[in-house]
Design a protein around this ligand. Structure first.
Ligand SMILES: Cc1ncc(C[n+]2csc(CCOP(=O)(O)OP(=O)(O)O)c2C)c(N)n1
Ligand code: SF4
Length: 289
């Protein structure tokens, strides 16, 4: 997809739904938006059937705003709450089977490089903690070791939310959930540590407390994956249903958890750092010109 592809033929313009025209004229295609413009432009995702107040939804909206080139991006996901919103976005979405998201993304990215040598295409895997650290663990780890040029985003709500509250590898030790009545047996898996061991070029952990930082982190991760190697973002996206967080307190919880154990962390390889410095310097120059 590109902005040119999206532009309707003049003869059809009057017959297309207003939402479509809005998206082409006022969306982020070809003209990335800032999070401070949220609510003032046509977002690539607006309607979704996720629970009211779910922090994962806010995070997913920010991911789409942060994409440097949504018109040339493909998202790969799988079963889990997040895909309920991801599949509503105006960015192509591939619903991978459980366990194969990162294998699908590897093949897809390699194929896109052959098919479109003149146009960089960004591939992003966005799935739950259960989908990645448990069921998709093998495929995820191998894509990291192979330095596949795409981004993995873990929507870490520390539970299997979509199936009613089973523990995941990312649940904290001892946590009692509806379907873990005796409390989680093992420790929360150190996925950040695994990413470091695997040599992932850009690694970040964050909570959705600072929208501009989420968008910047997503942009950085995607840019690194475009040119250098793999990137991984781990985001705390609480499940207010399974963790019984009253909807008005969802952001309060995000701030508390961030302070306690989910602080912002960024680990960047020297090659990725050099590349990002160059890209960001160029962007600053362009802005001030
Ligand atoms: C092969 C397969 N096994 C099991 C399921 C059932 N299933 C759907 S969503 C889900 C868990 C999702 O947990 P997570 O990936 O953490 O995402 P969340 O819903 O918490 O966002 C499971 C086990 C499935 N759809 N397909
Ligand atoms: S079950 Fe939890 S993670 Fe899923 S949509 Fe509802 S609040 Fe969000």
């Amino acid at each position: 997809m590109s902005l040119e592809t999206l532009h309707p033929a003049p003869a059809f313009k009057d017959f297309l739904p207003i939402e479509y025209k809005d998206l082409v004229e006022h969306g982020p295609y070809g003209n990335p938006k800032k999070v401070t413009d949220m609510g003032k432009f046509k977002e690539v995702i607006e309607e979704h059937p996720m629970c009211a107040g779910c922090a994962m939804t806010l995070f997913i909206r920010l991911v789409y705003i942060g994409m440097p080139n949504p018109e040339h991006t493909i998202v790969v996901g799988t079963a889990g709450c997040g895909r309920l919103a991801i599949s509503q976005a105006s960015v192509p979405f591939i619903y991978g089977n459980y366990g194969d998201t990162n294998a699908v993304a590897s093949g897809l990215k390699r194929g896109l490089e052959v098919r479109f040598p003149e146009q960089k295409k960004d591939v992003v895997v966005m799935a739950g903690d259960g989908g990645l650290i448990d069921i998709g663990f093998q495929g995820m780890m191998h894509s990291w070791f192979r330095k596949e040029k795409f981004t993995t985003i873990m929507l870490d709500n520390e539970v299997y939310g979509n199936t009613g509250g089973q523990e995941s590898g990312m649940t904290n030790q001892g946590k009692v959930l509806k379907m873990a009545p005796r409390g989680k047996f093992g420790e929360k898996i150190d996925a950040m540590g695994l990413a470091k061991v695997a040599g992932v070029d850009y690694i970040a952990r964050l909570a959705p407390t600072n929208p501009a930082r989420v968008a910047r982190t997503v942009r950085r991760a995607i840019m690194v994956a475009r040119e250098i190697g793999h990137s991984y973002i781990q985001a705390y996206t609480s499940c207010n249903i399974e963790y019984s967080i009253p909807t008005p307190d969802v952001m309060k919880d995000a701030f508390e958890i961030e302070k306690e154990r989910y602080g912002f962390e960024e680990v960047i390889s020297p090659q990725a750092k050099e590349y990002l410095d160059e890209v960001e310097k160029k962007a600053k120059k362009k802005k001030s010109a």
